[in-house]
Design a protein around this ligand. Structure first.
Ligand code: OTD
Ligand code: ZN
Ligand code: ZN
Length: 344
């Protein structure tokens, strides 16, 4: 097959940042995706519907002319979030969900929830209003090995949470392990997961063998190959519980290539082609459209897009470096490497 035409995809998990970064991130995403869930881990975080509306305006100011892009907003869940704010989300035209980061789990998550049991009143309201709770599913205790943090979260936090709130609408974001995939499969239709391109295409060997490759470092960290295989299986299975969320997370070259390098892969410029590559590698390009364009919208209760994009089966070399901020550079995921799909 030389070309495929898909209903335009959406990205259900992206970091666009703020200020000058938007000059890079908004056009990169908007040239492929119709909608994107814009993650709220700014400094300071986006905690109220009002703040989310203001952030959305700043994003909209960078959408290139003639391009339709509809940023979908998310609030950052803190120990102080009130149940009232959930009603405001429900009533909002632009805000779709709330994001829970266990405090300290990833970039700018210091204001995250310190103990999920403290916020059960808000979660009760989420369940009642059917507002999706988006989860960074890792425990953060120092003594838990970084490769085990997702699995421990399932056992220690998520299982009890779903026992308490069985009808909670929930997205386990950026799953990285067989255990997480299995967990999601065992739940009802109210529980779904996003999967990133890096966790489908790579494993920890890509990051660590032959030298440390900081541009593969993200959180949750890449796992062993068996997990990668399971993620590929579920992503390409046609099961609507699994859908596209790039977790594209820009950091400048200097911040990544550093004695204490930041976590995050910048996949936005070629995200849909990277997913096409992953699906094609397992002979399942026919399943890309459901994963990329239908299942997320269905889960969020938003209409499916109607316009289309076309990908051709043609080599493209991912740029080695892109301009970012004022005079800095950013290294996109898989920079300088050749992939087999290109968006026309
Ligand atoms: N992971 N980096 C970032 C966020 C994600 O956990 C995430 O959602 C970031 O830089 O904002 C990362 O590695
Ligand atoms: Zn996360
Ligand atoms: Zn993220």
């Amino acid at each position: 097959m030389n070309t495929i035409t898909l209903i335009q995809p959406d990205d259900w998990h992206a970091h666009l940042r703020d200020g000058l970064a938007l000059q890079r991130t908004v056009p990169d995403l908007a040239k492929q995706f119709s909608r994107a869930i814009c993650m709220p881990n700014l400094v300071p975080p986006v905690k109220t519907v009002e703040e989310a509306e203001a952030y959305r305006e700043r994003i909209m100011a960078h959408v290139p002319e003639g391009v339709n892009f509809d940023p979908r907003m998310v609030l950052y869940f803190t120990d102080q979030t009130s149940p009232e704010e959930v009603k405001k989300i429900k009533a909002s035209a632009h805000v779709n969900a709330i994001k829970l980061y266990p405090a300290g789990a990833t970039t700018n998550s210091d204001n995250g929830v310190s103990d999920i049991r403290k916020v059960y009143a808000v979660i009760e309201q989420l369940e009642e209003q059917q507002v999706p709770l988006l989860l960074h599913g890792e425990v953060t205790h120092n003594h838990v090995d970084i490769f085990d943090r997702e699995k421990r979260f399932l056992d220690e936090v998520l299982s009890p949470l779903l026992q308490q709130f069985p009808n909670l609408k929930l997205v386990l974001e950026h799953i990285t392990t067989s255990e997480a995939a299995q967990f999601v499969l065992e739940q009802g239709r109210n529980v779904a997961a996003t999967i990133t391109p890096q966790h489908l295409l790579f494993n920890r060997n890509d990051m660590l063998v032959g030298g440390v490759k900081p541009h593969f470092y993200c959180l949750p960290i890449l796992k062993r190959q068996t997990h990668q295989q399971t993620l590929l299986e579920v992503a390409t299975s046609g099961n609507p519980k699994f859908f596209l969320g790039t977790d594209s997370a820009p950091h400048s070259k200097n911040a990544k290539e550093n004695a204490c390098g930041c976590a995050g892969c910048y996949s936005a410029p070629t995200a849909i082609e990277l997913y096409a590559q992953a699906f094609d590698q397992v002979g399942r390009i026919d399943r890309l459209e459901g994963f990329a364009s239908f299942f997320g919208a269905d889960f969020y209760g938003l209409p499916r897009n109607t316009n289309t994009i076309t990908l051709v089966n043609e080599e493209q070399i991912i740029p080695t470096s892109l301009d970012y901020l004022d005079g800095e550079q950013i290294i996109p995921l898989y920079a300088g490497k050749t992939i087999q799909w290109r968006k026309v």
